[in-house]
Design a protein around this ligand. Structure first.
Ligand SMILES: *[C@@H]1O[C@H](CO)[C@@H](O)[C@H](O)[C@H]1NC(C)=O
Length: 400
C-alpha cells in the first residue's frame, strides 16, 4: 500500500546536495574535456634545426621511426623551390608560416606550392616519413615497426593530403626537420603561441666535415647555395666557402640566442646537439634527446639505432640524401684524411668563431689533421645541456 508522503526536510536537503554535486561534477568534467580536446594542446612540437650535410637526415629518421611521432623532412623545401626569388632572408616568414601550419596539422598550406590535384608523393621526401607509411595514412607498416622507404614509396601514394592530415592529428609529437632557418627570431611567434609546445633541437657538425661532405654533393646543393648567398646565376669560385661562412655565422647566432641569452619564452626549449657526440655514443645521446622532448625509447628502436650506426656501407654520391647503414663514427672522421689541408685552413678561417663556440679544435698543421688519435671535439660539460622543459601537465604554460 503506497501512500503519498511529504518528504522530510532531511530528504530534501540530501536531494539538493546530490543535484548540486552532480552539476558541479558535470561542469568540472566538461572543463577537463575541453582542456584536453584540442589535440594541439597536448602535442609536443619539435623543430630539428640543422644545416645541409650535418647528419640531420639521420637524426630525422630517429624521430620519424618513433611510434609517437608524425615527421616531415624539409617541408620548407617547397617554399624555396617554388618562390625562389627573394633569397633565404626574404623567404623566412613564408617558411616560418608553413612550419607553423604543419605543426598545427593544417596541411592545406601545402596547396600554395603544389600543382592542382596533387598526390602525397609530391611532398618532398614523403616516403621517409614513417607516419606516412603507417595507418591511418597507409596500411603498410604497423606504427611500432621500422618502416622501409622503398616499399612505402611503392605502396603508400594517395590523392591529396587528407589522410596525412588525419595521421598528423593522431600523434602526440609532430617533428619537422629544417635546414632553412639561419636565426631564431622569426620563430618567436611560434614560441609565444600558447597552442604550441615547441622544442628546438639545433644539430651542428664540425664545419670541416660538412665541407668534405658538401664537396661530394655539390650538384645537389647548387640551387640552395644560390639562395643562401642571395644571388642568381652561377656560383662564384669561392661560393662553397661563402656558404660555409653563412652557415657558421648562423650557428653562432642561433646558439647565442638559444643558449647564452635566451628570452624567457625560449628558456629550456633549446638544445644543442653535436653530430660527433651523437655518433660517439648514439644510444645515450638519442635517449637524452628523446627525454628532452618527452619520448620513450623502445626496444625496437634501440636495435634499429644500433644497426644503422654500426654498418659497413660507405654511402655513395649517387643519392646524396640517403641514409645508409654505415659506421657512423668512421664517416664522421672522413675529412681528416680526404680534405686537402689548404681547404681545412680556409674553413677554419671563416668558421673560427663558430668552431670555438661549439667546441671544435682547430688544427695547426697537416700532420695534426691526419693524426686520427688526436680528438678535435672538445668534451662539452653536460650541465650546459640538461635544461628541462616543465612537465607536460602544465599545458599551455610556457617555461620561464
Ligand atoms: C595518385 O595516387 C593514386 C593512388 O591513390 C594513383 O592511382 C595515381 O596514379 C597517382 N597519380 C600520380 C600523378 O602519381
Amino acid at each position: 500500500m503506497l501512500r503519498y508522503r511529504v518528504p522530510t526536510p532531511a530528504v530534501v536537503t540530501l536531494l539538493l546536495l546530490q543535484v548540486i554535486a552532480m552539476v558541479l561534477f558535470v561542469s568540472w568534467y566538461g572543463r577537463i574535456g575541453q582542456q584536453d580536446s584540442p589535440p594541439s594542446q597536448r602535442k609536443v612540437h619539435v623543430l630539428l634545426l640543422s644545416s645541409w650535410r650535418s647528419g640531420s637526415s639521420f637524426l630525422g629518421q630517429v624521430f620519424s621511426q618513433h611510434p609517437s611521432v608524425f615527421y616531415l623532412m624539409e617541408p620548407a623545401w617547397h617554399v624555396w623551390t617554388v618562390l625562389r626569388r627573394p633569397g633565404a632572408r626574404g623567404l623566412r616568414m613564408a617558411v616560418r608560416d608553413l612550419v607553423r601550419s604543419v605543426f598545427h596539422c593544417d596541411l592545406s598550406v601545402m596547396d600554395a606550392y603544389m600543382p592542382p590535384n596533387y598526390n602525397v608523393s609530391q611532398v618532398f621526401m614523403w616516403s621517409h616519413s614513417r607516419a606516412l607509411c603507417s595507418p591511418p595514412a597507409c596500411p603498410l607498416t604497423p606504427r611500432d615497426q621500422i618502416s622501409e622507404e622503398p616499399k612505402c614509396k611503392l605502396h603508400c601514394d594517395t590523392m591529396g593530403l587528407q589522410r596525412a592530415e588525419e595521421a598528423c592529428h593522431s600523434y602526440s609529437h609532430v617533428v619537422l626537420k629544417e635546414v632553412r632557418f639561419f636565426e631564431l627570431e622569426s620563430l618567436y611567434p611560434l614560441l609565444r603561441d600558447p597552442s604550441l609546445d615547441l622544442r628546438i633541437i639545433h644539430l651542428v657538425r664540425d664545419p670541416r666535415a660538412v665541407m668534405n661532405s658538401r664537396d661530394q654533393a655539390i650538384k645537389a646543393l647548387v640551387q640552395d647555395s644560390a639562395l643562401v648567398l642571395e644571388q642568381e646565376g652561377n656560383m662564384p669560385p669561392d661560393g662553397q666557402l661563402r656558404v660555409m661562412q653563412e652557415i657558421c655565422r648562423s650557428h653562432v647566432r642561433i646558439h647565442e640566442t638559444g643558449n647564452l641569452k635566451p628570452p624567457d619564452f625560449l628558456r629550456g626549449r633549446y638544445r644543442l646537439v653535436r653530430y660527433e657526440d651523437l655518433v660517439r655514443d648514439p644510444l645515450t645521446a638519442i635517449k637524452n634527446i628523446y627525454d628532452f622532448v618527452g619520448l620513450e625509447m623502445t626496444e625496437n628502436l634501440e636495435m634499429w639505432i644500433y644497426r644503422i650506426t654500426h654498418g659497413t656501407g660507405k654511402g655513395t654520391r649517387k643519392d646524396a640524401f640517403k641514409i645508409t647503414s654505415r659506421n657512423a663514427e668512421d664517416v664522421s672522421l672522413a675529412w681528416r684524411t680526404s680534405l686537402p689541408y689548404t681547404k681545412v685552413k680556409q674553413i677554419q678561417e671563416v668558421c673560427k668563431g663558430a668552431m670555438t663556440l661549439l667546441g671544435y679544435h682547430l688544427v695547426e698543421s697537416e700532420t695534426e689533421q691526419k693524426q686520427l688519435d688526436l680528438d678535435l671535439t672538445a668534451r662539452r660539460q653536460h650541465h650546459q645541456f640538461t635544461w628541462k622543459v616543465p612537465s607536460k601537465s602544465t599545458g599551455s604554460a610556457k617555461a620561464g
